[in-house]
Design a protein around this ligand. Structure first.
Ligand SMILES: *Cc1c(COP(=O)(O)O)cnc(C)c1O
Length: 347
C-alpha cells in the first residue's frame, strides 16, 4: 500500500496543516494586483492587520519565517558585527549560516534556562568594537521556544533583556514564529510580547494553517528598507494576494483555536510521560510542542519512529529525542491513536 493511501496522524510539525475551506474560498476570490509595484490590496490589508495586531507601525508579508528573520537581521546590522542569540534558538540552529551569508554578521550563542537567557549573561557578552572584536548590534529572542519543547519564556525575563538592549543602544528582534501559542499559554497579549522587540516575525503557515507565509512587523522605515531586502532575496511576489487572503483568514479565524493544540500536547505528554524508555516532565509542556528523551532496550529512536509509522503515527527525531507537534489536523482521535500505539509498543 502506498503511503498516500494511509490516513496518518501526522505529528511531525504544525507546518503540515492544510488550508481551511474558508481559506480556499478566500484564495479563489482574492482581489489581486502586482505587489512588487504596490498594487495588491489584499496583501496591503494583511500587512496592516498584522501590524495592528502586534502594535507596530508597519508589516511585511514574506514567503517564510526564515526570510522574515533574515530580512530583520540584515536591516538591523552591519557587516563585521555580532548578534546575541540563545544557543538552542531556531535562528542559531537552523538559520545561522543565513546570517553569515546574508548579513555577514556572526552569532554569539548564550545558554539559557528553557529559552530564558540570564540578563546579566547578556550584558557580559555585549562587545565593544576593537581591532580584535566585533561590535554587538542586535539581540534575538524566541517565544514560544521551539527547541525547548515549546517553552514560554517569561515576560519578566524578556523585559530585563530589553532594558539591557536600551542601556547599550542595541536592537532586539523577536522570533515569534509561534507567538500566539505562547500568548494563549501565558494569557499575556501578543502586543505585550511585541513591545520587547524592535521587530517581530510570526508564522502564518504553522498552527494558524495558512498554506504559505510569515509576517515581519516593526517601524515604518525598517519595513520600507526590509521590503528592498526582501526583493533582493528574491521574495518580491506579484499577484500574491492569493496567498495573503488565507493569511487574513488565519488572523481572523484561527488564533483562538491554537488553545486546543496546547491542550492536546499536554494530554499527550501526560499520557506517555511514565511509559518505559520515555524521559519527559509533562509539567514542562506549555504549548503545542512535546520533545522527550527516548532510551528503550527494544528500539533506537529511528526504529521506534518506524514502528510508530506502521501504526500510522508520524513524528520526527530531534537532538537526543523525539518531537511531537499538535495542530489543527491532529484531533483527539489522533492523540488517542498515538497514546495507544505507545502503549502497545513500549510495554
Ligand atoms: C519555523 C520557525 C522559523 C522559520 O519559519 P519557516 O517558515 O519554516 O521558514 C523560525 N523560527 C522558529 C522558532 C520556527 O519555529
Amino acid at each position: 500500500m502506498s503511503d498516500y493511501m494511509v490516513e496518518f496522524s501526522d505529528f511531525r510539525s504544525d507546518t503540515v496543516t492544510r488550508p481551511t475551506e474558508n481559506m480556499q474560498k478566500a484564495m479563489a476570490e482574492a482581489v489581486v494586483g502586482d505587489d512588487v509595484l504596490g498594487d495588491d490590496p489584499t496583501v496591503q490589508r494583511l500587512e496592516t492587520m498584522a501590524a495592528e495586531i502586534m502594535g507596530k507601525e508597519a508589516g511585511l508579508f514574506v514567503p517564510s519565517g526564515t526570510m522574515g528573520n533574515s530580512v530583520a537581521i540584515k536591516v538591523w546590522t552591519n557587516e563585521l558585527e555580532e548578534v546575541i542569540v540563545e544557543s538552542r534558538a531556531h535562528l542559531y540552529n537552523m538559520e545561522l549560516t543565513h546570517m553569515t551569508f546574508i548579513a555577514r554578521v556572526t552569532p554569539r550563542p548564550l545558554s539559557s534556562d528553557r529559552g530564558a537567557i540570564d540578563p546579566e549573561e547578556v550584558e557580559r557578552n555585549i562587545r565593544m568594537p576593537s581591532v580584535h572584536t566585533p561590535r554587538t548590534s542586535l539581540i534575538c529572542v524566541e517565544n514560544s521556544h521551539n527547541n525547548w519543547s515549546g517553552s514560554v519564556v517569561p515576560l519578566e525575563n524578556l523585559k530585563a533583556i530589553r532594558e539591557i538592549a536600551n542601556k547599550h543602544n542595541l536592537k532586539v528582534h523577536f522570533d515569534g514564529a509561534r507567538i500566539f501559542n505562547a500568548s494563549h499559554a501565558s494569557e499575556i497579549p501578543v502586543k505585550e510580547y511585541a513591545k520587547i522587540g524592535d521587530s517581530l516575525m510570526f508564522c502564518l503557515s504553522k498552527g494558524l494553517s495558512a498554506p504559505v507565509g510569515s509576517m515581519l512587523v516593526g517601524p515604518k522605515d525598517f519595513i520600507e528598507y526590509g521590503r528592498r531586502v526582501r526583493k533582493a532575496l528574491g521574495g518580491g511576489m506579484r499577484q500574491v494576494g492569493v496567498l495573503a487572503a488565507p493569511g487574513i483568514v488565519a488572523l481572523t479565524e484561527m488564533i483562538d483555536r491554537l488553545k486546543e493544540d496546547n491542550d492536546r500536547a499536554k494530554r499527550l505528554a501526560s499520557a506517555i510521560a511514565s511509559m518505559p524508555g520515555i524521559r519527559l516532565d509533562p509539567a514542562k509542556i506549555e504549548t503545542n510542542i512535546v520533545i522527550f528523551g527516548f532510551d528503550h532496550p527494544k528500539f533506537s529512536i529511528l526504529e521506534f519512529l518506524a514502528k510508530l509509522k506502521e501504526h500510522a503515527v508520524l513524528a520526527l527525531a530531534t537532538t537526543g529525542g523525539i518531537r511531537f507537534v499538535t495542530h489543527k489536523d491532529v484531533g483527539d482521535e489522533d492523540v488517542d491513536r498515538a497514546i495507544n500505539s505507545f502503549q502497545k509498543l513500549l510495554s
